[in-house]
Ligand binder design. Structure first.
Ligand code: NAD
Ligand code: ZN
Length: 256
């Protein structure tokens, strides 16, 4: 891959920074999976999910309770888009660092498909590959068939409605995973931020948390955004092109 001279210079700067780091973790968003063909949420791109649908209607508890069938249909449409999707060069580059923790806002499993061990991936926003019971007191959870996901149905254990096992606007993040992510970000030398607009809180707050604890921040995203503004080194490019060049030859670890 040939980069223009500005990006090549920044890449050299980022690699020099990584070479001095003991503890590195990645924090990714929808941009990581964009080159696999999955839509991001906030791109100006007319194909982007939120430019076509209202997230407050589709990805919130109130939206689900008002129109459960509509919300489930929308997720099932997204699920069919996930069926057969493959990891891209960015997922593979991250997977080439098996000792590095992957904190992700993505609800796909492309990091795992690329070979990252599941315990190394902290999914802050749940999984679109699973359904769970909407009753907070019930733990029933099942894998869904992406090509032929079930329509609206009742939980076989408690009778409440089943729903996608993702975190909606206004819901808490999975507590144990969120605690581990925060704890990790307080100990890093560098956080690699990949393909996130850094606008969805509390997840986006991890970047500031890491910085407050003296971590450096490298951002890989074609548009600057809220993440780029917090970068020590900002790499303006596609994750699938930049990450392989950035990580080549390293064996980075989050907990050496
Ligand atoms: P976002 O849509 O808000 O931002 C995506 C970012 O990715 C943008 O900054 C964009 O410039 C960047 N981007 C686009 N193409 C890129 C590429 N090839 N390489 C690098 N960066 C690229 O996404 P977000 O910040 O993750 O938003 C948060 C919510 O979106 C999360 O809750 C997440 O669950 C959800 N989401 C997940 C998926 C998925 O799991 N694949 C897909 C869409 C949305
Ligand atoms: Zn139940």
């Amino acid at each position: 891959m040939e980069f223009d001279s500005e990006l090549a210079g920044k890449l050299a700067q980022a690699r020099a920074l990584l070479a001095r780091c003991q503890r590195v973790a990645a924090f990714s968003g929808a941009g990581l999976s964009a080159e696999s063909g999955l839509s991001t949420f906030r791109d100006p791109d007319p194909d982007s999910l939120w430019s076509r649908f209202d997230p407050t209607e589709l990805a919130s508890v109130a939206g689900f309770e008002a129109n459960p069938e509509g919300v489930i249909d929308w997720y099932n449409w997204r699920r069919r888009a996930h069926a057969g999707v493959q990891p891209n060069a960015a997922h593979r580059a991250l997977a080439s660092q098996p000792r590095m923790i992957q904190i992700t806002q993505n609800v796909d499993n492309l990091l795992e498909q690329a070979g990252v061990a599941s315990q190394q991936v902290y999914h802050l926003h749940g999984s679109i590959l699973h359904d769970r019971c909407h009753n907070p007191g019930c733990t029933h959870r099942v894998a869904v068939e992406l090509e032929a996901p079930s329509t609206s149905r009742a939980c076989p254990r408690c009778g409440e409605r089943m729903r996608p096992a993702v975190v909606w606007f206004g819901e808490n993040l999975p507590q144990a995973t969120w605690n581990r992510a925060q704890h990790l970000c307080m100990q890093l030398d560098c956080l690699l931020v990949v393909g996130t607009s850094a606008t969805v809180y509390p997840a986006a707050g991890l970047i500031a948390l890491a910085r407050q604890h003296d971590s450096r921040v490298i951002v890989i995203d074609p548009s600057t955004g809220a993440a780029g503004e917090q970068a020590d080194v900002y790499l303006a490019g596609q994750a699938g092109e930049v990450l392989p060049a950035l990580l080549d030859g390293f064996d980075l670890a989050s907990n050496p």
